[in-house]
Design a protein around this ligand. Sequence first.
Ligand code: FAD
Length: 400
Amino acid sequence: MDFLDTPDEAIFREQARSWLAECAAEYRNPPSEPYSEEEFVGRARRWLKCKSEARYSAILWPEAVGGRGGTPIQQVIFESEEGRYYVPNGPISNLGIRLAGPTLLQYGNPDQIERLVRPTLQGDILWGQLFSEPAGGSDLAALQTRAVRDGSNWIVNGQKIWSSWAHHADWAILLARTDPKQPKHKGLTFFLLDMKSPGIELRPIRQISGKSDFNETFLTDVVIPDSNRLGAVNAGWDVAMFTLTNERLGGAAADTGVDSRTIYRIARAAGLLDNAGVRERIAHWFAIEQGLKNLRYRVLTKVSKGEGAGPMAALSKLVTYRKLQELSAYAMDLKGYSGSFGDGDASAEDAVFEAYIWSAAMRLAGGSDEILSNQLAERLLGLPREARSDKGVPFDQLTR
Ligand SMILES: Cc1cc2nc3c(=O)[nH]c(=O)nc-3n(C[C@H](O)[C@H](O)[C@H](O)COP(=O)(O)OP(=O)(O)OC[C@H]3O[C@@H](n4cnc5c(N)ncnc54)[C@H](O)[C@@H]3O)c2cc1C
């Protein structure tokens, strides 16, 4: 029972709890050994399938496509209950459920929805995101990958970077330039790319941890049928913004399991609960978490009514990861760690390390803190816009 639930919400929470107790029993505790990447991906697929059979994979999606047709609050309740387990969720599942799926539902035609949405829910299709480029990160509209029309196909050439888990993706969402004569935001088109297509080369980026979660993706004469274009030609910017808003909102769910309760537990174990400074920090973060939860309800409600989340998603992401980084750093201080880092996979003990590292990355991914702050300043607070010398200038006339 959560005392903030209405009676209906309490019933839903109880149902979700008992379903999880049965179906996620093997994930009650952290794995004794870290999974290999292949093992993790296999488990992620199976967990999606399991959830989709019980209609928990995508609570907000319509029943007709395999969702539950549920409410935003049910979504948040399920996430918080699922967050008590060490289930194999992660970017490889989220890219489909939080990014590609909602974008398909919003912009896809019936054929695209029929072909791709249900298999995504069931874990049969995992997705990658091919947006960022070496010269098009924060300034995504500066991307240079070209898609040229060739009859009923498009021929794509270019390079993407930071393609998370793309080496396990069956399909990817791709943003490419289709008209360089138009200003940079106007000549872009959004595509769905079958990752088995010839001409795709993935080069892993090796991280300092030794892992390779990201790739450089080289596209050479890759053929995409026009039937895999999402939205109108040269209208890809709006589609991509819809995707990124969902990414920011999804990220703000921050399913790391590290929050004010973590600090409470660590402080209790260390006998520090009498310390007024520690108690003040716990209360501070607890208050922020309640604000974020309510903001998330509001935004999800807007989204489920077909209204855009707009800058609220940016606000949610900005506060979530700043808080997570400060909170996890504080947790490490309380635990007396100094410069030692676990591998982040195996134990609950490692969760604060992982949250600390992850929060730093997430302050960049899907729109950095600075970009989101600019967005909030301009769109929410109505402050003067940043000077844009490239506004209205055809892309092929910009100096690069
Ligand atoms: C964990 C992770 C996963 C990712 N996964 C994917 C993925 O799967 N697919 C994908 O396409 N991309 C992915 N990305 C890329 C991500 O979207 C970009 O890193 C992000 O958009 C920033 O772009 P950049 O790295 O080129 O940084 P840059 O744009 O070079 O920015 C560098 C710094 O300059 C600041 N800056 C830039 N412009 C401004 C400005 N106008 N005002 C103020 N400050 C500014 C930024 O805030 C940042 O601090 C991922 C990134 C991370 C960290």
